[in-house]
Each structure stands twice: as structure tokens, then as C-alpha cells.
Design a protein around this ligand. Structure first.
Ligand SMILES: O=C(O)CCC(=O)C(=O)O
Ligand SMILES: [Fe+2]
Length: 347
């Protein structure tokens, strides 16, 4: 094991040890939730198979649904995305498999203190930071030559193969959505994709939220917006917990088992000059059941500069954001302190 690896206790180990929830996980001033249960709602559903099919009479309707969903909620549930229920089952299985590995195996892939890639707990950047009740594995999926294979678990045996296939599938899906986002705003089909620069960077975060006896004062994942262009979340099939902030109110997403929850990230808000919203969201924990989710962040390559698409800047819609580069990294610093990076690039 690397000397600088994270050695502190994982949340999973904490739970196994019993005892009270340590102070550093507790929100003291802000109530986080579930004394009054958070309402579960249905967010817009978009059928990806209809989006870009010129022969389909409903393609226009579906594009409108996509545009409206991203302009209001900033997220939607994607169905007919081309991945079978059994394949998504395997993605969930390898996730369960990794978190179920013996501690020794997990230690072998643990992240360094100053790096997100690998297995570990919440990254501590600030003393006053309230910690997320989660263990996670972060991996670069694409471009393939930037994968750091020493962090890719060798068990469960099919882990690498399934994850490779999932990366390829998500890359295809992201292309469809980026094209459709442009068409829905009456732009050239490549307007988002060209700035994104295929294949872009795809970062996976496997989240494991053990059950927690203090759902009133603990969060699995702090309120945040993603720094990506798009984020794909494969949520737990049974245990809800993902919540979005809509008009000042936290609302829980009702699970559709084989749908992907897709949200716009800050870089989609920047490129669209505010036409699409990067929503605040968080993950609640559950007192009785563990929960998993797999988030994949699609970002431009770190060296690529992105900014508002010129056709979206005009007298009625003045430029709202500066151009940004390596935004994903900037975002993380803000994110851990509970602030929004996008505020810093507003004009
Ligand atoms: O666990 C979830 O459902 C949400 C994950 C998420 O928002 C993230 O990893 O950024
Ligand atoms: Fe997120």
C-alpha cells in the first residue's frame, strides 16, 4: 500500500463497529431532513429512442420534453437508452461486489490523501466540513489511455469487463443527448458536442451509503451541483435517497428501476448560457437499508476551454458566464466547502 493512502476508518467499518455517529458527520444548525419525510416525486421522463429519429412523428415532442426538463428541473429520467435490465443488473452487481470485498482488497485500491481516484471516504479539505456518510470508489473511465488501472478492482472477476462496456454505452448515450440538447435549442447539432470534444472525460463514482441511525442529521452526500456537462446516475434499484432542490424545496426522486437519472452539470449551464440549469442535489441516507448508486460525470478533456455558445448570446440574452478550463477540478474545491463554483464564473 502507498504510504500516503487514506488510512482512516471507512463508514462501512464505522457501522460494523457499532456505537454513536461521530460528530463530524452531524449537521448541527441546518435540519437535513427526514423528521418530516421528504416527498417523492416523478420528474420528467425522456425516451431516448425517439430523440433523434427524424422518421418518428414524436421526435419533436421528445426534444421539447428534454429542453423543458433541463430548463426547469435540470434533470430527467432516461428510458429506452439501449441498455438492458440485465446489463444494468450486472453494473449494480459489480458495485455491490466491490463494497463487499474484504477490507484488505479494498485497501489495495485506496486513494491517496490528495487525490480522488481510488477507494475511500469523503475527501477532507476544510476543518469545518461536515462529512458525507459514504464510502466511494472513483475511477476515470474515458479516455481509455487515462485509466489508472491500479485502482480498478480485479474482483469481482467481471468488474473490469462490465465497467468497460458501461463506459462505451454511456459514451454513446452522451452523444445522443448532447446532439439532442443542441437541436432542442434550434442550434447546429454539434454545438455542444464540438465543445465537449469526443470522447471527453468520463469519471465514475461508485457510492455506497451504509444505513445510518441518524437520518435526521446526516447526509450521504452534501448538497451540491455537478461540475460536469452531464451526469448519469444509476440509482439503487429499491432504496430511494436522491433529492433535487426545486424552487427552494427538497424533493426525492421516485425510482424507475431501469431508467438512468441524467442531470445537467455546471458546464451545460455555462455552454447553454443559462438555458439549461445545473440543479442542486444531495443524497439522503436510510436508517434501515444500505443504498448504492453509480454516478458517471461527463466532462470535456481538462485542457479544453468551454464557454457560452455564441448563438445563445444576444441582446435579450446577454452573456452570463466567462469561458472555463479544467472546471471539474475548480468545482471540487468549492463543492467540498458547500459553495457553488458557477457563481465565480458569472459575469
Ligand atoms: O447517490 C446519488 O443518487 C447521487 C450521486 C451524486 O449526485 C453524485 O455522486 O454526484
Ligand atoms: Fe451529484
Amino acid at each position: 500500500m502507498d504510504e500516503s493512502s487514506v488510512t482512516s476508518e471507512t463508514v462501512q467499518e464505522l457501522v460494523a463497529g457499532g456505537g454513536a455517529v461521530p460528530d463530524k458527520y452531524l449537521y448541527k444548525d441546518v435540519p437535513v431532513g427526514s423528521t418530516d419525510p421528504i416527498p417523492l416525486v416523478d420528474i420528467p421522463v425522456v425516451d431516448l429512442s425517439l430523440l433523434l429519429s427524424p422518421s418518428s412523428p414524436s421526435a419533436g415532442d421528445e426534444l421539447d420534453k428534454l429542453r423543458l426538463a433541463l430548463a426547469t428541473w435540470g434533470c430527467f429520467q432516461a428510458v429506452n437508452h439501449g441498455m438492458s435490465s440485465s446489463f444494468l443488473g450486472r453494473v449494480r452487481e459489480i458495485t455491490q461486489g466491490v463494497f463487499g470485498l474484504p477490507a484488505e482488497e479494498k485497501r489495495r485500491i485506496s486513494r491517496a490523501v490528495d487525490n480522488n481516484e481510488g477507494y475511500g471516504t469523503d475527501t477532507v479539505l476544510f476543518e469545518e466540513q461536515v462529512l458525507d456518510w459514504t464510502d466511494r470508489l472513483c475511477l476515470t473511465l474515458l479516455p481509455e489511455d487515462r485509466r489508472k488501472m491500479r485502482f480498478w478492482p480485479e474482483k469481482p472477476e467481471c468488474f473490469r469487463e462490465v465497467l468497460h462496456e458501461y463506459s462505451t454505452k454511456l459514451s454513446e448515450v452522451s452523444e445522443i443527448i448532447l446532439r439532442a440538447m443542441a437541436v432542442s435549442l434550434k442550434l447546429e447539432e454539434g454545438s455542444f458536442l464540438d465543445q465537449f470534444g469526443a470522447p471527453g472525460t468520463f469519471l465514475a463514482r461508485f457510492n455506497y451509503y451504509p444505513r445510518c441511525p441518524r437520518p435526521d442529521a446526516v447526509l450521504g452526500l452534501k448538497p451540491h451541483a455537478d461540475g460536469s456537462v452531464l451526469t448519469f446516475v444509476l440509482p439503487d434499484k429499491e432504496v430511494d435517497g436522491l433529492q433535487f432542490l426545486k424552487e427552494g424545496e427538497w424533493l426525492g426522486i421516485r425510482i424507475i428501476p431501469d431508467a438512468l437519472v441524467i442531470n445537467a452539470g455546471d458546464q451545460a449551464e455555462i455552454m447553454s448560457n443559462g438555458a439549461f440549469k445545473s440543479p442542486m442535489h444531495r443524497a439522503a441516507i436510510n436508517a434501515y437499508r444500505d443504498r448504492i448508486s453509480i454516478a458517471v460525470f461527463c466532462c470535456p478533456l481538462s485542457e479544453k476551454e468551454v464557454g457560452p455558445i455564441s448563438e445563445l448570446i444576444g441582446d435579450a440574452t446577454p452573456r452570463l458566464y466567462r469561458n472555463v478550463k479544467n472546471y471539474t477540478e475548480t468545482n471540487f474545491q468549492y463543492y467540498q466547502s458547500g459553495r457553488r463554483a458557477i457563481e465565480a464564473v458569472k459575469i
